[in-house]
Design a protein around this ligand. Structure first.
Ligand code: M6R
Length: 612
């Protein structure tokens, strides 16, 4: 979704801003803009609909912007269509103040109408413009920028991360946040604000996370952060471990392919520090034994692919722990009546740690007395900070909109959590436990083995990329895996695709199977392979073309029905989806490549969904 970068420094700001915006492109956007204030107080703004290249061309065609203080924005339209006027930064009618904003101002219409009645003219359809017009209104009234900022923050309702420039204060930028991420970076050339740490990695890895209701005053040499009472705060600085190359393509055609290929390492980093002397050690859960023994129900709450990990978790944790485990879509969970309370554990899964629905579900769970354990990739993100316990996936930055390495690392961590809890609750025998631990340690090498089959995935994709509808079918863990395979395909290739529990086909969906329909049949879950085979026969006998995903142990059974196959090594049933997802990711990738799609930035999608 929208991205913010800001710089207060000793060098020209505009290049820093453009570099930051490029690094934020992956979040998804439809317009971009920058504002810079010169030392003599001239506020310069350039913005345009479309990709950053359009903005660059616009900037090159005119007199260079000069000044060391600036803010930049990539906008993903919510209020008002994507066009030049609705792009950020927005400037007040006096031309003194510029604002970039992420989030949604819920009471913008009421404020807008009251300002219009006072004679203020609006030029855009955005909710953001009310912030800047209101700021100018209060600035005129109080003649003090901080007074005006606090007056605005008291008046607006909703979510915001914002950067503010004022031509009367050419040496500083201001920042404020509530329910939308914003961090401050400390660099040698100056100080920064950003909505996402990847925008800062080439400049600094020392950051402070802004909390709700805080306001920051940032100059080239100093950062001051105040709370809602205007008390100056002592904030902790954090060192980011990710390095800049992790957020670059490094010779790959797409971030998605790079991130798929990084999975052995990401999985290894997530697993191996947590296995000590043959035991799963989750330091993060130290001292929680009493609570764990009391847990009588688990909800796994997430969105999109993270929810699909939750579906894998539902089958796995229920089997391991013998307590009810439900996987819930966060957007539904928050408005339903989940059975929350002290003995319910809510597990929230999120790569970004900023998905609004997941965050809202977390807050609801806590409000109703449940403990929340989150599985998160981005350190210091809102979900991580608000959870009772956090397990970090060590996937590194994930740039492609379609998640791959975050999905696999979330899955291994959830499986590890399940096995850890099973041991704490004495629900797992030593032999089974040891075998799973050994299996976990072997996974990175086995993922490499699956990745070695690139030619096969590419060849099969090149035969089917013209299909316009695909069905994924599977049972149990294969069903959960099919959900992810299907989402990967539709989001990057724009092919209509559905995923079904194979046993459900006969209850309706099979009427859609006709000669030539493509079915991806998942048959890796050993206990149900025979049943999956029957489902393959059913769709084949109605003319479907079938690609099967199976293991080296069951390949002979499945090959009687189809010769198009992705074959992966057989491992313990609960670990099988970790390997199974890899061919599905690559199949989707190569299909999208053949169709000439914008793989890393699919249409209409954003990497991190911070609005409802
Ligand atoms: O950052 P999160 O893991 O909370 O994001 C949740 C979903 O938006 C995300 O998994 C989405 O479905 C993926 N981009 C799909 O590839």
């Amino acid at each position: 979704m929208c991205g913010i970068i800001g710089f207060a420094g000793k060098t020209e700001a505009v290049e820093v801003l453009l570099d930051g915006l490029e690094r934020l492109e992956y979040r998804g956007y439809d317009s971009a803009g920058v504002a810079v204030v010169s030392t003599d107080g001239k506020l310069q703004v350039k913005k345009s609909k479309g990709r950053l290249s359009v903005l660059r061309t616009l900037l090159e065609a005119e007199e260079p912007m000069s000044g060391g203080i600036g803010i930049g924005h990539t906008r993903w339209a919510t209020h008002g269509e994507p066009n030049d006027v609705n792009a950020h930064p927005h400037v007040g009618q006096e031309g003194k103040i510029a604002v970039v904003h992420n989030g949604i101002i819920e009471n913008y219409l009421e404020i807008k109408n009251s300002l219009i009645r006072k004679g203020i003219r609006f030029s855009s359809d955005t909710d953001t413009e009310v912030i800047v017009q209101l700021l100018e209104y209060y600035y005129k009234k109080y003649s003090n920028l901080m007074d005006a900022v606090y007056a605005v923050l008291n008046r607006i309702k909703g979510a915001y991360a914002m950067g503010i420039l004022c031509s009367d204060y050419p040496e500083q930028m201001l920042a404020a946040r509530k329910d939308a991420p914003l961090l401050i970076g400390y660099g040698e050339e100056g100080n920064y604000i950003a909505s996402d740490v990847t925008a800062l990695l080439s400049h600094t890895r020392t950051v402070t996370y802004m909390e709700d209701d805080e306001v920051a005053v940032i100059t080239a040499g100093k950062v001051e952060i105040y709370d809602s009472d205007r008390t100056l705060l002592e904030k902790e600085k954090h060192a980011i471990e990710w390095d800049v190359t992790a957020a670059e393509k490094g010779g790959y055609a797409h971030f998605m392919l790079k991130e798929i290929m990084e999975q052995p390492e990401a999985v290894r980093k997530t697993i191996s520090p947590r296995i000590v002397d043959g035991k799963i050690v989750l330091e993060e859960l130290k001292g929680t034994g009493d609570f764990i023994r009391n847990v009588s129900r688990i909800y796994i709450v997430a969105c999109g692919s993270a929810y699909h990990v939750g579906m894998v978790g539902k089958y796995t944790l229920e089997k391991l722990l013998h307590i009810p485990v439900e996987a819930c879509l966060a957007s539904e969970f928050r408005y339903s009546e989940p059975l929350l309370g002290e003995s319910t554990l809510v597990i929230v899964i999120s790569q970004s740690g900023e998905t609004l629905d997941s965050l809202a579900a977390l807050r609801e769970a806590k409000r109703r007395g449940s403990k929340v354990l989150s599985i998160v990739n981005v350190m210091g993100s809102s979900i991580a900070r608000e959870s009772d316990y956090v397990l970090y996936t060590w996937a590194g930055p994930e740039i492609a909109v379609a998640t791959t390495k975050a999905y696999t690392t979330q899955m291994v961590l959830l499986i590890m959590l399940g096995v850890y809890l099973a041991r704490e609750l004495e629900q797992i025998g030593q032999e089974e436990y040891d075998a799973i631990v050994e299996g976990l340690l072997r996974l990175p090498e086995q993922i490499k083995q699956v990745l070695n089959e690139l030619d096969n995935y590419q060849k099969i994709a090149s035969r089917y990329f013209n299909h316009n509808s695909v069905f994924y079918i599977g049972r149990n863990l294969d069903y959960a895996l099919g959900l992810e395979g299907s989402l990967k395909l539709k989001e990057i290739s724009y092919i209509h695709s559905e995923s079904y529990a194979a046993g459900e086909l006969k209850h309706g969906t099979i009427s859609l199977i006709e000669p030539g329909t493509l079915v991806v049949a998942l048959a890796t879950y050993a206990p149900l392979v025979e049943k999956s085979l029957s489902n393959i026969v059913e769709v084949k006998s109605r003319g479907a073309e079938v690609i099967a995903l199976t293991t080296d142990k069951t390949v002979n059974t499945i090959s009687s029905q189809t010769s198009e196959m992705f074959v992966i090594p057989e491992v313990q049933a609960i670990l099988q989806p970790v390997l199974g997802v890899i061919p599905l990711q690559l199949f989707a990738y190569y299909i999208a490549l053949n169709r000439g799609c914008d793989i890393d930035k699919p249409r209409n999608l954003a990497k991190s969904v911070t609005v409802e």
